[in-house]
Design a protein around this ligand. Structure first.
Ligand code: SF4
Length: 479
């Protein structure tokens, strides 16, 4: 059994030998909970697949490395770069001011790389004015017209995306490869399920691969995708071009998992993960997390893009959150823990959580762990593991900073006091007077009994007055 690190079950694993139960080997001084990184160390999360590394960007934007672990072709060793987050602008590239503003907003939100569409020459022309105004590497998304790729390279773009489904002429592909080679620009070969075309002359190879994948639900499709990639990449290899990333997207999460898993066994280029046309954010999140999370846990994936029919800033936020959750990136900003509430609640916690989330997002840059909990059942446990925490009772909340109680305030003061404590704690950490993750006092339930005007006796007796929860606060993440 994996021991529960939080909540009412804490007592169970506390009694196990070693602080972390069945994972004693990953315990480190000051560590509060087992993380995905620990699972990597203990073999529970597959280490990242080694790939050749590509680099995109320039001196002005900074260089973003993708993949790594295998030596460069000249023998220089590389180490795996952090998994990067990409998005794509939703507006027209030729509307220069709007495009610059959108790119800069994505970069400010945490995007490492931004892609733009270049369907017309006026778009590739616009890149000449856009590139000097942005501070994040830009990828030109090219479909159908190989000349757009040549123009984008000429304009100084940092990377090209080609679709083997719609730029198929060998001579044209070679022109693009040579242009990118001359400028040291990588190319992503992006096979999309929706745009691959079955070619008659590849029937033999597809038959072979079809037999290899015959046990798999999507065997025939995988055979087409891999055949297409092999055929296309041969052109690159013949030109001695190896600055390549690969993607193989579908709107079906299970196809995405199968396709990338098979591709990861056959090619050592970095992989750009994504579920294409994932739909509105509400369902697109589930599809993307199901596919990308599964692959990343298995060590597959070097850069990711969520694609939503929504403001692309959500793609960036959710992509980062996935990487934070898997400990594949160092968190920037607050790690917010909150209970889902239940029939024991005696404050309007939904509203409180949303207010805390919004206000901390703009004021806290350090990865503070902040817990907002509804009652003493799980509140003390989470407060113990957090840097700053509140757990509520009968229209009151007790606030803790690293395990030390600092306030017991009425409901209407919880938000302001919690924010003040978070800011003060962040300042202390910056001055070197406190350390994230330290804890001075163990909070042993039921320590707060009585102080909250509720406590276990009241909860146990069922004598809990109903409060009205703000349903509006349920529209999470749209601000
Ligand atoms: Fe858990 Fe208490 Fe929140 Fe209910 S109100 S979910 S018991 S912490």
């Amino acid at each position: 059994m994996i021991p529960n690190q939080r909540g009412a079950d804490r007592g169970r694993w506390r009694d196990l030998p070693g602080r972390y139960g069945e994972w004693p080997s990953v315990k480190r001084p000051g560590q509060r909970a087992c993380t995905a990184r620990d699972r990597v160390l203990s073999g529970r999360m597959t280490p990242r697949r080694k790939t050749h590394q590509i680099c995109i960007g320039d001196e002005r934007t900074g260089i973003v490395k993708i993949g790594g672990g295998l030596p460069h072709r000249d023998g220089t060793p590389t180490t795996a770069a952090p998994v990067s987050v990409q998005t794509m602008t939703a507006g027209y590239t030729h509307e220069i001011d709007k495009c610059v503003a959108e790119i800069n907003r994505m970069a400010a939100g945490g995007a490492d790389i931004v892609r733009v569409a270049v369907p017309e020459q006026k778009d590739t022309e616009a890149l000449k004015e856009i590139l000097p105004q942005v501070r994040v590497p830009i990828v030109a998304d090219v479909h159908f017209h190989f000349k757009r790729a040549l123009e984008a390279v000429e304009s100084g773009v940092h990377k090209i995306r080609l679709n083997p489904g719609n730029i198929t002429d060998r001579a044209q592909v070679i022109d693009v490869i040579q242009a990118c080679k001359a400028r040291g620009i990588p190319i992503r070969v992006g096979v999309n399920e929706g745009s691959i075309i079955e070619r008659k002359d590849k029937q033999k190879r597809m038959k072979e691969l079809g037999a290899v994948f015959s046990e798999q639900k999507h065997g025939y499709l995988l055979a087409i995708m891999i055949t297409k990639l092999e055929e296309y990449l041969d052109i690159f290899y013949e030109q001695d071009f190896h600055d390549i990333a690969i993607s193989a997207k579908s709107m079906d999460a299970s196809i995405v998992i199968d396709a990338y898993t098979e591709i990861s066994k056959r090619f050592d280029h970095p992989l750009h993960l994504g579920v294409t046309h994932a739909g509105p954010k509400e369902t697109g999140t589930i599809r993307s997390v199901a596919a990308l999370g599964g692959l990343l846990i298995n060590g597959i994936g070097d850069t990711i893009r969520f694609s939503y029919a929504n403001d692309p800033i959500f793609e960036v936020e959710d992509g980062l959150e996935l990487l934070y959750s898997l400990s594949l990136r160092e968190r920037i900003g607050v790690d917010l823990i909150a209970c889902p509430t239940c029939g024991r609640i005696q404050v309007d916690l939904f509203t409180l959580i949303q207010d805390v989330r919004k206000q901390l997002a703009s004021t806290i840059q350090l990865p503070l762990k902040v817990a907002v909990m509804g009652c003493i059942v799980n509140g003390p446990g989470e407060a113990e593991g957090a840097d700053v925490a509140v757990f509520a009772g009968d229209r009151r909340g007790i606030i803790y900073v690293q395990g030390e109680k600092v306030a017991n305030v009425p409901e209407e003061e919880i938000l302001s006091r919690l924010l003040a404590e978070c800011l003060a704690f962040q300042d202390k950490v910056r001055r070197g007077e406190a350390k994230l993750g330290d804890k001075k006092v163990a909070i042993i339930p039921p320590d707060p009994l009585g102080e909250l005007g509720s406590g276990l006796e009241k909860i146990a007796s069922g004598n809990v007055e109903k409060i009205s929860r703000s349903v509006a606060a349920l529209t999470v993440g749209q601000s």
